[in-house]
Design a binder for this molecule. Structure first.
Ligand SMILES: *[C@@H]1O[C@H](CO)[C@@H](O)[C@H](O)[C@H]1NC(C)=O
Ligand SMILES: *[C@@H]1O[C@H](CO)[C@@H](O)[C@H](O)[C@H]1NC(C)=O
Ligand SMILES: *[C@@H]1O[C@H](CO)[C@@H](O)[C@H](O)[C@H]1NC(C)=O
Ligand SMILES: *[C@@H]1O[C@H](CO)[C@@H](O)[C@H](O)[C@H]1NC(C)=O
Ligand SMILES: *[C@@H]1O[C@H](CO)[C@@H](O)[C@H](O)[C@H]1NC(C)=O
Length: 499
């Protein structure tokens, strides 16, 4: 292992001044081939994993000819079967060979990984085996091509957890075979040293040549060894592999002398940005749309899924509108955020009915009641407050210069207006310094009528945009009313901020 590490630097394999001098040696140029090599992609969903539909969609956006791809999927979770079904219906038009092994097979992780690897090993036409776990977010569609072009027996793209030193490789091993930090680990993870690196352990996503699987690695059960985790077993077996003696070869002793145990090198590449790793810890699947709760554990992915694509333009392109005096209007939620929040509330279903007596609030009496469900009732309160501090506070500072919000709110709720239930809301002030009011569906499509009227300015907004929020002062100048919904159901999310 120490020699392998030295090999990354000696002689001049990598230097501070010249970088990686071996990276272009013995590579393949895929743009020059007529037919792309055949790749079997092994996909492993071994635990409930946030953002899985996106993970599956990314497989279909990999830049690689579809006709050269076969797919093996192991899904251990009943929870994800609906996602697999949706994916299968999309993918079957593009990928002709797909083998899906579901939770009913009750495979251990090691058995599943062996099965995926065998799927390539036993197929003479399989040139590469690309193994990807569900917690890998490949943001670089060229990943597969880049790895193939690097032309190594085993190579993994570096992926890290956002903002952390956590990654999918180890630079060194402790005496008992577990993680140890190598001298160059941090520099490699942070991209201060760029190249391809011979390492003793890699996991989550890697490419292995089919030929290697059928020769040096033709032994089965690569993922089983003592009581090691399957990935540790794979790496240890690759490091310490002994060639199988064939029937007619010399005695075991002579064989050992002629063919001493010899590992297959594992490399990690950080020559490109490939993607990141999700955290799957604390993924609670007891809700309906569980990704909504991932704002703390996987903030980058939460933002990508739930925050409006145009949100950043609030700060770069002045897109905030002002339809009424001191009522600011800006994009905040994606379509998915709106849909999932409404679904979550309807799934919970305990709408308040718009009664004056309300045991959910202090005092137990609501003067201007709406038909609503509080974020607290579905356990989303902490997420919601974090969202306000992360995404609403910066907008507040922009439109109400000099006001630094504490991002504190006691009342956060989704309101439902419909002709059959509550259709409108009489004029009132809010118990807030300022209020946000996010439209969760579309006027004209999902409902007719509705809107908000600010009486002091005789100004109404009758065409709210789905995913856009109003922000207006709460308790003095902006007396307002909810205009009647004439047909369908209108949903809004409201927070009374800094009460
Ligand atoms: C890929 O596999 C197909 C059979 O599935 C075979 O006809 C073709 O020659 C293979 N391509 C390469 C580049 O090996
Ligand atoms: C699944 O496998 C485990 C371990 O092999 C076993 O203990 C368990 O009973 C199996 N469950 C079912 C439903 O077959
Ligand atoms: C998951 O969420 C439910 C509902 O909010 C809660 O009752 C449960 O304790 C949570 N489970 C874990 C492991 O945090
Ligand atoms: C309020 O505005 C409406 C139309 O926008 C107008 O017809 C009405 O006269 C206005 N009322 C007052 C009191 O200015
Ligand atoms: C109300 O909506 C339903 C379906 O969404 C539609 O059939 C009906 O014509 C609408 N009524 C009015 C008065 O717009």
């Amino acid at each position: 292992i120490l020699l392998n590490y030295f090999g990354n630097y000696v002689p001049n394999a990598w230097t501070q001044d010249n970088g990686c001098t071996l990276c272009e040696v013995d590579t393949i140029d895929l743009s020059a081939v007529d037919v792309h090599p055949n790749v079997t992609i092994g996909v492993f969903i071994e635990q409930p994993t946030p953002f899985l539909p996106r993970f599956l969609d990314i497989l279909l956006t990999l830049d690689y000819p579809r006709e050269a791809v076969k797919l093996f999927i192991h899904n251990k979770e009943v929870y994800h079967e609906k996602d697999i079904k949706v994916f299968f219906d999309k993918a079957k038009h593009e990928i002709t060979t797909m083998k899906i092994v579901g939770p009913e097979e009750n495979l251990s992780q090691a058995e599943a990984r062996n099965m995926g690897m065998d799927f390539c090993r036993q197929d003479e036409n399989c040139d590469y085996y690309f193994s990807v776990d569900a917690d890998v977010v490949l943001t670089n569609p060229r990943t597969l091509k880049i790895l193939i072009e690097q032309n190594r027996k085993i190579i993994a793209p570096l992926v890290t957890r956002h903002g952390k030193l956590w990654s999918n490789f180890w630079g060194a091993l402790s005496p008992d075979g577990y993680y140890a930090r190598s001298e160059d680990y941090v520099d490699i993870v942070q991209g201060n040293r760029v190249g391809i690196w011979n390492v003793p352990y890699m996991a989550n996503v890697y490419l292995i040549k089919g030929k290697t699987l059928r020769s040096e690695m033709n032994e089965r059960n690569y993922f089983v060894r003592d009581k090691l985790d399957p990935d540790m077993a794979l790496c240890r077996n690759a490091r310490e592999m002994t060639l199988q003696r064939e029937k007619d070869s010399p005695t075991p002793e002579t064989f050992q002398m002629l063919r001493p145990p010899k590992g297959v090198f594992m490399y990690i590449s950080n020559r490109h940005e490939f993607g990141r790793l999700l955290s799957t810890a604390n993924y609670n699947i007891s809700h309906y749309n569980n990704d909504l709760w991932q704002i703390f554990e996987n903030p980058v992915d939460w933002k990508e899924k739930y925050i409006n694509r145009d949100y950043s333009k609030i700060f770069t392109e002045n897109i905030v509108e002002q339809p009424c005096p001191d009522v600011f209007w800006f994009p905040i939620f994606s379509e998915k955020a709106c849909d999932e929040l409404v679904e979550e509330m309807e799934h919970y279903g305990q709408w308040s009915g718009g009664k004056h007596h309300d045991s959910r609030i202090s005092g137990g009496y609501e003067n201007v009641p709406t038909d609503d469900i509080h974020m607290k009732q579905i356990g989303l309160e902490n997420v919601w407050l974090h969202f306000i501090r992360e995404f609403i506070a910066p907008v507040t500072l922009k439109v109400f210069a000099g006001y630094y919000t504490k991002g504190f709110a006691l009342l956060n709720f989704v309101v439902k207006y419909s002709p059959e239930r509550q259709r409108s809301l009489r004029p009132h002030h809010d118990a807030s310094t300022f209020t946000i009011n996010i439209a969760l569906n579309n006027v004209g499509e999902d409902f007719q009528g509705g809107g908000c009227k600010f009486l002091r300015y005789n100004c109404s907004i009758e065409s709210p945009r789905k995913g856009w929020s109003f922000m207006h002062p709460g308790r003095l100048t902006h007396l307002h009313e909810g205009l009647p919904v004439k047909n369908g159901t209108r949903y809004i999310a409201v927070s009374f901020i800094d009460p």
